[in-house]
Design a protein. Structure first.
Length: 95
């Protein structure tokens, strides 16, 4: 009984933390500090696997917003690694 209650509380806490982070992701681009890293008018929210991309005059920036003790998940680490290793390409499709 106590273990079930603990599991329920743990799930509720983690769920609330995820929702808290998701709300922050939506508001951070409107905060003054955001302009230190990107131009808010050039930011496009994606959501998954990263929060967004800013298409600024000085370059393209992949942006992941984290709160508290949250860390990159496996897919986000993979995207980060590809960007840092310059394993990014331009593909233009025409139909």
């Amino acid at each position: 009984m106590a273990q079930e209650r603990y599991t329920d509380l743990e799930f509720t806490y983690k769920s609330a933390a995820v929702k808290h982070g998701q709300h922050w992701e939506q508001f951070v681009p409107f905060m003054d500090d955001f302009t230190k890293v990107a131009q808010r008018e050039n930011f496009v929210f994606i959501g998954m696997p990263i929060d967004g991309i800013s298409f600024d005059d000085d370059g393209i920036k992949f942006i992941e917003i984290k709160t508290g003790k949250s860390q990159l998940n496996q897919k986000q680490r993979q995207v980060k690694d590809h960007v840092q290793k310059k394993q990014v390409e331009w593909i233009e499709l025409r139909f």
